[in-house]
Design a protein around this ligand. Structure first.
Ligand code: GTP
Ligand code: MG
Length: 211
């Protein structure tokens, strides 16, 4: 596959309740989902090569809104566009009650009433076996009939010798093959090229500019 470059990336807006926004171009979307602190915002930043486009934090619960970004990709001499969506994480026990209660309807609204959503990247920390919250989220994606790509994050945190065992443990929970999970590290950039290639497949060709 041809090398994909990120030409530009910008924050568009945040939503506490999702609605298809007529003021924005109707571009295909890919969203980043997963437990709080799994590395969703960091992955988005590393993917587009911008350190602090999406806000990250050591403290779980950083992202509390649905954040929409627009990305321009250069691919075989062509510009292609896509919206990337950084979602608030789940499973953070210390989140304020109002945030926890609002999360489920916010997420269902986004996933189930969204004709632009093409793929959900479900992020799982490579060090941990997925828990009930991860399984419930997977069920929600299935209900919403959103195609899924599993991503194992923070691969720089474990040695190569343990990697396969961890990937197999994650795969076992979801009944898929270990090879179906994309290993990713926002620190080393592992997995970046592959994920850009995957996202480019969902992106839209930009019509020629009119002056
Ligand atoms: P919420 O917004 O709270 O749902 O979290 P998030 O999933 O967006 O996580 P975030 O990107 O804010 O990262 C959480 C912490 O993990 C931060 O301290 C990051 O620096 C760290 N982190 C994220 N990705 C990686 C990675 O690939 N490798 C390492 N070593 N640390 C990472
Ligand atoms: Mg975040």
């Amino acid at each position: 596959m041809a090398k994909i470059n990120v030409k530009d990336a910008r924050f568009l807006r945040s939503y506490d309740r999702w609605k298809v926004d007529d003021a924005l171009p109707a571009l295909p979307q890919a969203c980043f989902a997963g437990r709080s602190n799994v590395g969703k915002s960091s992955l988005l930043n590393s993917l587009v090569g911008r350190r602090s486009l999406a806000r990250t934090s050591k403290t779980p619960g950083r992202t509390q809104l649905i954040n929409l970004f627009e990305v321009d990709l250069a691919c075989d001499g062509e510009t292609r566009e896509l919206h990337l969506v950084d979602l608030p994480g789940y499973g953070y026990a210390n989140a304020p009650e109002a945030v926890r209660r609002g999360w489920q309807p916010m997420m269902e609204g986004y996933l189930k009433r969204n004709p632009l959503l093409r793929i959900a990247l479900l992020l799982l920390d490579i060090r941990h076996t997925p828990n009930q919250a991860d399984e419930r989220f997977m069920e929600l994606l299935d209900e919403a009939e959103v195609p899924i790509q599993l991503v194992a994050t923070k691969t720089d945190k474990i040695g190569k010798t343990h990697r396969q065992r961890h990937l197999k443990a994650i795969a076992g929970v979801f009944g898929v093959a270990a090879g179906d999970i994309l290993p990713y590290s926002s620190e080393t950039g592992e997995g970046r090229e592959e994920l850009l290639g995957l996202l480019a497949e969902y992106s839209s060709e930009t019509p020629p500019e009119t002056v």
